[in-house]
Design a protein around this ligand. Structure first.
Ligand code: GLN
Length: 531
């Protein structure tokens, strides 16, 4: 089921194989009709992870990039919608040469074509393919059919892993294997037989239950891999290693691999565990509500990026989610923000929670609390500065008020047309762009470079008309597009504020456990300083 940890299991299998010197790539299959993840609300589907190419994908792509410490191309992500779209396009172009195009086998064949293309592009020894959704549901059956076809064609080159949950009902206190037995059978009915079963559970699965699963699910006992809940997801590859998953997987696929070397990964995990002194960070967003539950998936890359930089600096991040909607009406509760060492406003869209975010940004600026704005977090910092420092009371982003007297954040010219035509899917300024840094600014010093490449996802930008006034009033644009027209980073000088910086791009998408992001590190350093 979703949330059981297939993404982390896939990424961790990747890490286990990378540590054996193998070249690994990873693919995510999402069973949605949506052609990409860009049109889904984060509370529906979690964070939208933007690839270097600009493709808007599932957050698991972020897990793969982080665990594998790699950059993945667009071919590594597919949805039902994108597969059908391609098949229909080919049919319209007569590429099937008059043949009757059918759901089976043409859809699974297109899936296989993509898997093979991704493997080839990465020159990978192993390609991990995560099939999203739940075994037995209608939506992913054609992807399982693709798995079946691949395995029947090349049985020795394909290994299948079933990630299943083993509940320990509170009233019983005993781990139950039946749901997993049924899951294995349901998978069998799709013609797919698991080679491995990753046993997700609260506590590690015991020997007795491994035996039971082995007997009833047709897998060798040692192919039942314990995957208990962990304090840190980065422990998972090490736990898999304890159960020798890497060794058995290499044997199953007949791979020639080196002795595992986990030293770099272990150093990172050790650093994470030894960090004691806390820094408290407020992430002020709005994509948190899901019924009576609070969701953190919408901001997963941001949270992980904060962790990597904190661990690098030897501090433990205490990250709290603050819903900006609570400051929308008035600023009565703003003083509660004093207890934080840093405030971060992540990316976002639309109107809700905006007045609240603006109040929070003003509070951070005036009270000199380290502030880090990502995308919308930069745009709103500019709106706040225009309203409260330039005294342009009606300053706004046209995303919220198209008729604002002072549209300090304006729609990018090419975006105007797209919005007018209702072309919303995959049409923002997306993916990697070059940015030039202004010497001696906080940003430039943090990067230690004069040019950077970062990933974007936005339709609006700082309105060039207001740049001279903003600069005169002390706002510094420390990063610009190479032609100088787009403001990519804005900051306040260190003499005025310990750290007040916003980026038009999404630095969180490039933060990696083994390579923390310099802007996040600069922010955490400032937060540590405040503490
Ligand atoms: N809504 C803003 C824009 O479209 C910011 C986007 C974001 O934060 N990713 O420009």
């Amino acid at each position: 089921m979703s949330g059981v940890g297939k993404g982390i299991a896939s990424a961790s299998i990747g890490r286990v194989l990378v540590s054996r010197g193998l070249k690994v790539t990873a693919i995510k299959i999402d069973p949605y009709i949506n052609v990409d993840a860009g049109t889904m609300n984060p509370t529906e589907h979690g964070e939208v992870f933007v690839l270097e190419s600009g493709l808007e994908t599932d957050q698991d792509m972020g897990n793969y990039e982080r665990f594998l410490n790699t950059t993945l191309p667009a071919i590594n992500y597919m949805t039902t919608g994108s597969v059908y779209l391609e098949v229909i396009k080919k049919e319209r172009n007569l590429e099937y040469k008059g043949k009757n195009v059918e759901v089976v086998p043409d859809i699974p064949l297109e899936v296989i074509r993509r898997i093979e293309a991704a493997a080839e592009k990465a020159d990978a020894d192993v390609t991990i393919v995560e099939v999203g959704g739940t075994v037995g549901e209608y939506q992913n059956i054609l992807f399982l059919e693709a798995v079946r076809m691949m395995k029947s064609k090349q049985p020795k080159d394909v290994a299948t892993v079933l990630v299943s949950y083993l509940p320990v009902p509170g009233s019983l206190g005993e781990m139950k294997t039946k749901p997993t037995q049924y899951a294995a059978r349901t998978l069998n009915s799709a013609g797919v037989f698991a080679d491995f079963i990753v046993a997700r559970s609260q506590v590690p699965i015991d020997e007795k239950r491994k035996e039971k699963i082995s007997l009833f699910c047709n897998v060798p006992k040692e192919h039942v891999i314990a995957a208990p809940d962990v304090a840190s997801i980065y422990d998972v590859p090490l736990n898999f290693e304890k159960d020798k998953l890497g060794e058995y997987l290499c044997a199953t696929l007949d791979l020639n691999c080196k002795k595992p070397d986990f030293s770099e990964w272990q150093n990172f995990v050790r650093r994470a565990k030894s960090a004691k002194a806390e820094v408290r960070i407020a992430v002020v967003g709005k994509y948190f509500d899901t019924g009576s539950f609070v969701l953190s998936d919408s901001y997963i890359s941001v949270i992980e990026a904060l962790k990597f930089s904190a661990y690098e600096l030897g501090v433990k991040p205490v990250i709290e989610f603050v819903n900006s909607k609570k400051f929308d009406k008035d600023g009565k509760e703003l003083a509660s923000l004093k207890e934080y060492d840093g405030i971060l406003v992540p990316g976002g869209f639309g109107e809700t929670g905006i007045e609240g975010k603006l109040r929070v940004i003003e509070y951070a600026r005036v009270n000199k609390i380290p502030y880090f704005g990502l995308c919308y977090g930069l745009q709103l910092a500019v709106v706040e500065y225009a309203r409260n420092v330039l005294k342009l009371k009606d300053a706004n982003t046209v995303e919220i008020n198209p008729k604002a007297a002072h549209p300090v954040i304006d729609v990018m010219p090419d975006q105007k047309e797209k919005i007018a035509k209702g072309e919303y899917g995959g049409s923002m300024r997306l993916g990697s762009y070059l940015c030039k840094l202004t010497p001696k600014t906080i940003a430039q010093k943090a990067y230690g470079a004069s040019e950077i490449i970062e990933r974007h996802r936005h339709r609006y930008e700082v309105n060039p008309v207001y740049i001279p006034d903003l600069e005169k009033a002390g706002f510094v644009f420390s990063g610009r597009s190479p032609d100088g027209t787009l403001m990519e980073i804005g900051e306040l000088p260190a003499s005025i504020h310990p750290f007040f910086l916003g980026a038009q791009f999404h630095p969180e998408l490039l933060a990696r456990p083994l390579a923390p992001h310099p802007l996040f590190t600069a922010f955490i350093k400032a937060a540590k300083g405040r503490k």
